[in-house]
Design a protein around this ligand. Structure first.
Ligand code: NAI
Ligand code: 15L
Length: 270
């Protein structure tokens, strides 16, 4: 009988662990670390063997910086995940991400995987293929907050040598929910593979990658994702017939249909 491989990391931190993607990652990370430290402001359930529950609000600097003590790497998935007034987004996403990086600096953590978003570039036209080197064109306050998070990641690498892979995740759901998501969808299993690649890739500095599946149509350059070793296995095509039967065609004259961010580009004012 082959002995199981020892886990690659001793302790990993996952913020946003009670959220949709946190719940996807929690079981997928278990085999890869001896201790999985889980944090959120929402209830985390009970700890499984090898799990540490550490509730914290990202706005709370002392509590959030303390989360980083003794961890090998942090997966920062906590925060506001939808378009909301800037007054709501700013403390959770900008101050909160600053606190995660300060914790990394104070406690010598060398690697962060940051859940950024495709909404950093959501105002680009769908007719373009956009890559990490193209200018950000956030499609709202949420996208602006993720662009700030990426700037924090770049600064903490340039100033302190803390490496980050910023994941501009497309639409990570069990299935694509609308016609736009046929191009932006990322399966839960591919998210797990992407996060493990981002943790393990050597010498990433600050690397920005789009997190998108093997979909027929795409608006994003996937070369950087391939460079960190991520190759998606799931594509949206098997859902196309059902999505197109269920969802009316987008109005081609609308901004939402023309821009990559979809409906986010037309939300507000709040
Ligand atoms: P979610 O909203 O389900 O989970 C976010 C979690 O963060 C929640 O459990 C919430 O309680 C926690 N949180 C919110 N404010 C907080 C605060 N002030 N302090 C501590 N915890 C706080 O979102 P989801 O879908 O799980 O997304 C996870 C991350 O991935 C988010 O950062 C989101 O912006 C990003 N993302 C998700 C995409 C998706 O398709 N699900 C696409 C692109 C990015
Ligand atoms: C995101 O950034 C959101 O967190 C998620 O809920 C989806 O709206 C996704 O983008 C998307 O663009 O579909």
């Amino acid at each position: 009988m082959t002995a199981p491989c020892p886990p690659r990391w001793h302790r990993l931190l996952l913020t946003g662990a009670a959220g949709a993607l946190g719940r996807v990652l929690r079981p997928r990370l278990a085999a890869h670390c001896s201790v999985l430290r889980l944090s959120d402001i929402a209830p985390l359930g009970s700890a499984a063997p090898g799990e540490e529950l550490r509730p914290a609000a990202l706005e709370d600097k002392a509590a959030t910086t303390a989360l980083l003590e003794g961890v090998d790497a942090a997966l920062h998935f906590g925060g506001i995940s939808t378009e909301q007034p800037f007054e709501a987004v700013l403390p959770a996403n900008v101050l909160g991400t600053f606190h995660v990086y300060e914790g990394a600096r104070l406690h010598g953590v060398r690697r962060v995987v940051f859940a950024s978003s495709n909404h950093v570039t959501g105002f680009h036209e769908r007719s373009r293929t956009v890559g990490p080197l193209d200018p950000p064109r956030p499609d709202g306050y949420y996208g602006i907050s993720k662009a700030c998070g990426e700037s924090l990641a770049q600064f903490y690498f340039d100033r302190w040598g803390i490496e980050t892979v910023s994941l501009r995740i497309g639409s990570c759901f069990a299935e694509p929910r609308d016609r736009r998501m046929l191009a932006t969808w990322l399966s839960h299993d591919d998210l797990g593979r992407l996060v493990l690649a981002a943790l393990a890739a050597p010498a990433v500095g600050h690397t920005v990658v789009y997190g998108v599946g093997a979909n027929r149509d795409t608006w994003w350059d996937d070369a950087a994702a391939r460079r960190i070793g991520f190759v998606p296995r799931d594509g949206s095509e098997r859902f196309r017939a059902a999505v197109e039967a269920r969802e009316p065609p987008e109005d081609p004259s609308s901004a939402a249909a023309q821009r990559q961010g979809g409906g986010f580009v037309a939300l507000g004012p709040f």
